[in-house]
Design a protein around this ligand. Structure first.
Ligand SMILES: [Zn+2]
Length: 135
């Protein structure tokens, strides 16, 4: 404790393990990584001594390697409300009171509520008592 916040990368061995990360740097790495920032940009933000390889290596050790892509495809479990964005189909699946309730989540044009498939469903059967999402 009390020494420099992080060590230099040992360029002779390429040992990126020698970098000592501060909590602040780790938090910043996590935040930027989740936002989908490129490793080179994260490295620049963290400091001039931080290399892109150090960022990638650290993120792998933190278990961050599988960051979500900005456009998330609808998986079998679907997307929960928190994951819903302006650009996703808001067609509801299941009972909103149940934990497995989710929306279609298919990528859509901005300001369009449903994907083509669900838009067709919505307009073909307007009388059908489907739970209407409040968006
Ligand atoms: Zn849909």
């Amino acid at each position: 404790m009390g020494i420099a916040s992080f060590g230099k990368v040992d360029f002779h061995t390429g040992d990126i393990e020698k970098m000592i990360w501060t909590d602040e740097q780790i938090e910043l790495l996590k935040t930027m990584w989740v936002q989908g920032k490129p490793a080179s940009e994260i490295a620049m933000t963290l400091g001039s001594d931080v290399t892109r390889n150090a960022v990638i290596g650290k993120s792998h050790r933190l278990g961050l390697s599988g960051r979500p892509s900005p456009i998330k495809k609808n998986k079998s479990k679907g997307l929960n409300i928190i994951a819903l964005t302006e650009r996703m189909c808001k067609w509801p699946f299941g009972d909103p009171k149940k934990p497995d309730f989710h929306f279609c989540g298919h990528p859509v044009e901005i300001s369009v509520s449903y994907c083509a498939e669900h838009r067709a469903l919505a307009y073909q059967a307007p009388k059908k008592p489907i739970a209407t999402p409040r968006y």
